[in-house]
Every structure is written in C-alpha cells, then in structure tokens.
Ligand binder design. Structure first.
Ligand SMILES: *[C@@H]1O[C@H](CO)[C@@H](O)[C@H](O)[C@H]1NC(C)=O
Ligand SMILES: *[C@@H]1O[C@H](CO)[C@@H](O)[C@H](O)[C@H]1NC(C)=O
Length: 127
C-alpha cells in the first residue's frame, strides 16, 4: 500500500571513456524494480574487469534530463557521494563478487528514474 516508484535499468558500457577496454563492462538487471514509498530498494550492478583497481559510478537520469553523477566507489579507496546524494544513497563495492549494488533508503517518488551503473577501468601498467 502506498505509492509505487518505478525503476528502470539499462546496460551501460564505458566506450566513451576508454574505448580500448571493450572487454570491461557492467551488467544490471534488466527491466524495472518496484519499490514502496518509504521503503528500501537495492539496484544490482555486476561488473567485469581485468584491471586491479575498478572505478564504479552510479548515475541517475530523470526524464528529459542528462544523467546525474551520484556516487563513486573504488576497489581501493572509498569514493564519494555527490551533493544531493549524501543521504539515503549508498553503494558497497564488493571486489570478490564484483558487484556494487546501490541502495536507496526511504524511497521517495522523486527517486523514480533510470539508474546507470558504469565502470571506468584503470589500464593495467598505466602511469
Ligand atoms: C565476466 O566475464 C566472464 C568471462 O569472460 C563471463 O563469463 C561473465 O559472464 C562476465 N560477467 C559479466 C557480469 O559480464
Ligand atoms: C555516502 O552516503 C551514505 C548514506 O548516507 C553513507 O553511509 C556513506 O558513508 C557515504 N559514503 C561516502 C564515501 O561518502
């Protein structure tokens, strides 16, 4: 009971940033997730990379808007939360299961959007 918020998922590739790393990609569960207002929702994201240190990013895209950077998580280092996503939004990178699920607490109707998970692998032997 209560208002439902709808989430949609898409596959994302980071071809734009590092076109040479086509083997690295992320996988999100296709389709939508229904969450109850005030509840908690977890959006999955699996990634694949041969790099030692993976940089994972979550973006939120509202209708007719550009994707908004929400937060970043790294295999080494903590990453950060963007302004506006310092509360209620969190993600834990698990290097063993290669996942970085996003959790949204106390879901609000304004959370209804498309959420992207993206991977920026560091090139091995770089620097
Ligand atoms: C990761 O790569 C392995 C081996 O190439 C493949 O079997 C697996 O499906 C990939 N997983 C994801 C989440 O892309
Ligand atoms: C991001 O926000 C979550 C939820 O408020 C918080 O638990 C977490 O510590 C923050 N992470 C970072 C790296 O700022």
């Amino acid at each position: 009971v209560g208002t439902k918020a709808q989430y949609a998922f898409q596959y994302t590739l980071f071809f734009l940033l590092l076109p040479e790393c086509t083997a690295d990609h992320v996988q999100q569960q296709p389709g939508g997730v229904i969450a109850t207002e005030g509840g908690l929702v977890t959006l999955s994201c699996q990634y694949n990379t041969s790099a030692n240190n993976a940089y994972l990013y979550w973006f939120k895209q509202e209708e007719n808007d550009f994707p908004k950077y929400m937060l970043s998580r790294y295999s080494f280092g903590s990453g950060d939360n963007a302004t506006g996503f310092k509360e209620r939004f969190d993600a834990r990178l698990d290097a063993d299961s290669k996942s970085v699920p996003l959790t949204i607490q106390r879901v609000q109707l304004s959370d209804s959007a498309v959420y992207y998970c993206a991977l920026q692998p560091t090139v091995r032997g770089n620097l």
